[in-house]
Design a protein around this ligand. Structure first.
Ligand code: ADP
Ligand code: ADP
Length: 235
């Protein structure tokens, strides 16, 4: 059974006539990294926001573990789905530890359990909790902040991670180590990941499978840079 199933999913934003996503059908298997590529505006970010139900589809059905979640309250998905975006979006007035505690706090875990989890998460992404836990987001480098973004998304140990150009704003050298460390972490965690990127090299490196989203939400599969670039994007 696929972990995530999109069945003819469409999204037309209010006040627009062209669908941002049109009849998209895609299965994502448990434990795989599915990389979603395609030109700007083809609906990659919209697809992620549909999966975690930040936005509602205007057509089609979405299934997680075989459950139809098309109409569920998105709050119910917070525990199951982690979300990492390019502009991390850490809360500036909260410490790193408080930021990482966001989801466990929302789920009303007890204090002791939350603080143990925060330490574990920061360790996982290579930040010493004793050094960084009490700092504020503006005191971190971009790469460190992005690590915190990953730690926060892993808060309640979701089985699904949605990552929207997570390393896109990071300098190339730091990006390389974040990619490597993330792949090592994934070896242990075996999350089901949908990873959006513009960077073909990153797609090849990170993806177990690559899906190319075109203007009509047509999905092609590809496994080499040549094949990715061979698909017409305006069809
Ligand atoms: P941006 O969204 O940053 O403004 P573009 O929409 O122009 O940039 O996207 C350019 C990127 O899209 C290129 O770096 C290239 O890697 C990628 N790209 C171009 N053609 C394809 C394709 N057919 N399939 C997947 N990715 C593509
Ligand atoms: P991508 O991530 O592939 O660049 P997006 O999912 O961000 O594409 O956008 C797909 C299309 O939907 C684009 O034409 C974009 O302008 C439009 N769009 C995205 N968000 C909104 C919104 N909140 N309201 C209206 N149109 C939107």
């Amino acid at each position: 059974e696929p972990k995530i199933r999109l069945d003819h999913v469409s999204k037309v934003y209010p006040g627009t006539d062209t669908p941002a996503v049109s009849e998209l059908t895609l299965d994502i298997d448990p434990g795989e990294i599915l990389v979603l590529v395609g030109p700007s505006g083809c609906g990659k970010s919209t697809t992620l926001r549909l999966i975690n139900r930040m936005i509602e589809p205007t057509g089609g059905r979405i299934y997680l573990d075989g459950d139809d979640v098309t109409d569920v309250n998105p709050d119910q998905l917070r525990r199951r789905i982690g979300y990492v975006i390019q502009q991390i979006g850490l809360f500036p007035h909260q410490t790193i530890a408080e930021n990482v505690a966001t989801v466990p706090k929302m789920l009303k875990w007890e204090k002791k359990k939350i603080s143990a989890r925060v330490d574990e998460l920061l360790d996982m992404v290579g930040l010493d909790p004793r050094v960084y836990g009490g700092r504020y987001p503006k005191e971190l480098s971009g790469g460190q902040a992005q690590r915190v973004g990953v730690a926060r998304a892993l808060g309640a140990d979701p089985s699904i991670m949605l990552m929207d150009e997570p390393f896109g704003a990071i300098d190339p050298i730091t990006r390389e180590s974040l990619q490597n460390e993330f792949l090592r972490l994934q070896d242990e965690l075996r999350k089901t990941i949908v990873f959006v990127t513009h960077d073909i090299d990153e797609a090849i490196k990170m993806g177990d499978r690559i899906a190319i989203l075109g203007k009509q939400s047509v999905v092609h599969q590809a496994d080499t840079p040549e094949r990715i670039l061979a698909y017409p994007v305006d069809d």
